[in-house]
Write a protein that binds this ligand. Structure first.
Ligand code: KG4
Ligand code: ZN
Length: 315
């Protein structure tokens, strides 16, 4: 099955073609450099950029060796929800126009399913990855921290959720508070790795929250603690704060995942969403289970290939 996938839910515009598990191509334009001057995504600007970027990506496709594949595709998949409404509309409009022009069927896809199935994507024709059920899947992104129990391909149950901010959102807010740049996630991760083998980093203790449901998360308290820390201690080393923030928030998240593993005994553990690019989080997951699936870095953050793959898995 060959599917063209379209993603525009937030600040990445992407089109991709996937054949079963194999990614034939995955073109993407990120808007980060445009939004970072505002310290966050501006929805109106995002929509306008998606319009321009779809035009650029379509031209790139039509001028490439892959042009011929357009005649062979079985389906067009686009992100239907969740996401910024105007941004989603751009993707939908583009998908419907392509569907008419190419006379191919079309299907709207849930963005979070895209993240889950991104773990199966590969750039290697000889490789196949498989989810063995039951599976436990964490979708950790800028908008979500959802923990699912996948009893089978058809039975997906949300067993844990964030009660306030999403984990990626807190990375970005803390990055802003520490004046490290935007988006904070990858920047903090880099600082963490530059310091992790250094001895004698002064300990900065951050409290971790307790939630009524064992598998829920709460992240906004991390942000408040960092704001207060900076306010009360102007000379504090911001890189040290970033280090302890990443260590504490990831250890806290993994402790909850470990409890879920103990209870549900999954045969596969999945980590996905933009925050799955975090190297410390990846290493914690790999230690917790014998069968862990994590997307290649290219497929961690939003992309069209994962939307195509979610459609393939839904048929
Ligand atoms: O899934 P995604 O591309 O977009 C949404 O659907 O939200 O995730 C973007 C989020 C941002 O909050 C970004 O800071 C975070 O993923 N992120 C990271 C890393 N790379 C991206 N967070 C922590 N460590 C990283 N290495
Ligand atoms: Zn996403």
């Amino acid at each position: 099955m060959i599917v063209l996938g379209i993603e525009s839910s937030h600040d990445d515009t992407s089109i991709a073609i996937v054949q079963d598990d194999f990614v034939i191509f995955n073109y993407k334009i990120s808007q980060i450099n445009i939004h970072k001057v505002y310290g966050g995504t501006i929805p109106e600007i995002a929509s306008r950029e998606h319009f321009n970027n779809f035009y650029i990506l379509l031209n790139k496709l039509l001028n490439s060796e892959h042009k011929q594949i357009l005649n062979q595709i079985d389906y067009i998949a686009y992100t239907e929800n969740p996401g910024l409404i105007g941004a989603l509309q751009m993707g939908k409009l583009f998908a419907f126009a392509l569907s008419k022009a190419l006379n191919k069927p079309i299907k709207g896809i849930n963005h979070l399913d895209g993240h889950i199935y991104s773990v199966l994507l590969t750039n290697n024709k000889n490789e196949t990855k498989k989810i063995i059920y039951p599976a436990l899947a964490l979708v950790a992104s800028g908008g979500h921290t959802n923990l699912y129990l996948l009893k089978s391909k058809e039975e997906k149950k949300l067993i844990g959720n964030t009660l306030d901010d999403a984990i990626g959102e807190v990375f970005d807010k803390v990055g802003r508070t520490l004046e490290l740049g935007f988006p904070g996630g990858p920047i903090i991760d880099k600082i963490f790795h530059s310091l992790k083998n250094k001895k004698n980093i002064p300990i900065i203790k951050l409290n971790t929250p307790k939630t009524k449901n064992l598998f829920d998360f709460s992240y906004s308290g991390f942000k408040t603690q960092i704001i207060n820390l900076i306010k009360n201690n102007e000379s504090i080393n911001k890189k040290h704060v970033a280090y302890w923030f990443q260590k504490t928030i990831i250890d806290y998240t993994c402790l909850i995942i470990q409890k879920a593993i103990n209870k549900f005994l999954p045969k596969t553990l999945i980590l996905s969403g933009g925050v799955s690019a975090n190297k410390y989080l990846r290493s914690c997951f790999l230690k917790m289970h014998f069968n862990v699936l994590i997307p290649d870095f290219e497929f961690s953050t939003d992309n069209g290939a994962m939307i195509a793959k979610a459609l393939i898995e839904s048929l």
